[in-house]
Design a binder for this molecule. Structure first.
Ligand code: THU
Length: 133
């Protein structure tokens, strides 16, 4: 199985568990880290709408909890033609990725479109100015 198919399968599995009773728009995500481990997530909505979290955020939390902090590629799947991470999630991906990080957008028919983070977020907020790291 190729690496993107493996991400798609995990993202689909996670999407099945998405908690989206308000939008009814289920999303799944899966990340491959630089060390080749994979982690998944789904959107988790809340009756207080702004408390809801995106699938990408869930996958990133699982990744960090699993001890990884470098995203090589992330796949997002939903029942739409070209699901893309929201601006908030692009910033979250940028924290753990770089210009070449791959972002795959999949639909339920398995059609995949691939972008780089550079393409989707060409001008990223850079933390260098606000940290002493
Ligand atoms: N959503 C995601 O999980 N990821 C995206 O990339 C876009 C939107 C979720 C948030 C909300 O639960 C639902 O999709 C509708 O916006």
């Amino acid at each position: 199985m190729d690496s993107v198919t493996e991400l798609l399968n995990l993202a689909l599995q996670c999407r099945n568990n998405a908690y989206a009773p308000y939008s009814r728009f289920k999303v799944g995500a899966a990340i491959r880290c630089a060390n080749d481990k994979i982690f998944g997530g789904c959107n988790v909505e809340n009756v207080s709408y702004p408390c809801g979290t995106c699938a990408e955020a869930g996958a990133i939390s699982a990744m960090v909890a699993g001890g990884c902090t470098e995203i090589a590629e992330i796949l997002i799947v939903a029942d739409t033609e070209n699901i893309l991470p929201c601006g908030n999630c692009l910033q979250k991906i940028a924290e753990f990725g770089n210009a070449d990080t791959l972002i795959h957008s999949a639909d339920l028919n398995g059609r995949i479109r691939t972008y780089t983070l550079q393409q989707l977020l060409p001008h990223v907020f850079n933390a260098k100015e606000v940290t002493n790291a």
